[in-house]
Design a protein around this ligand. Sequence first.
Ligand code: PTJ
Length: 256
Amino acid sequence: MDIHVPKDHPRYQSIAIREMLVEMADASVVAPAGLIAHGRGEAFDYLFGEDTPPPAYEAIEASAASLLIASHPVLSINGNAAALCPHQLVKLSEASGAPLEINLFYRTLEREQAIAEVLYESGAQEVLGVGDDASETISEVGSERRRVDPRGIGSADVVFVPLEDGDRTEGLRGMGKTVLTVDLNPLSRTARKANISIVDNLMRVVPLLTEAVEKLKDRDEKELKKIVDTFSNQRNLKASLDYIADRLYSFSFEGE
Ligand code: PTJ
């Protein structure tokens, strides 16, 4: 289906992203359920005015510090993440030294290969977790996401899992790994279970996170550890919810 969206349409960007995701679903990169997940994200993004909410900056800084002090950080990539910001994810991988690993809820070899191709075309030198490379099974995770690459998530101490479902976050934490996530829904199980949840749109977060990694790169480990230790996920999620509530409250009295 070829749809022409006029560039001066007030929602042009949002519609263009949707059309891109539909194409990526046709190419098997995005799972059909990934389109539903995107719609859920869009609804929350409205509540934030489609802009990074202030509490997210603190979570981004703590995530950057956590990636830098990790001995083996990994960026876990699903269909939506690969479709939304592949170049930026490759840049984050380069800046942080964390390899990219494909890990899917709706796992098929066809999708793994399609996603790997998107990442290679975006400049990735190596993509873990494709085909037989995902040879390890982690019993703590119930879904297809339990299949991991022993060079990646299997041996990671810190895992970045954007646009996630709650099960794997719990499973990875149960294995003693630190979980960093990005989720526009501050009420989701993932957001509540992760060590650090960045409540913002992944497309805005990845460049900001890369910038934060570059900025903190030369700090000593003690200082980075302090940033991580003083971060409270619960407090930060509450701040995100308060931010939404204040925005709704101010709108409901507009014009009175
Ligand atoms: O590619 P696969 O097979 O691994 O499948 C991926 C999906 C997305 C289908 C799977 O992880 C899934 O079902 O996710 P959920 O449980 O729908 O959770 C997705 C969460 O991400 C929801 O809370 C959304 O609000 C949120 N979200 C959606 N788009 C964005 C987002 N958060 C940040 N940035 C976004 N662009």
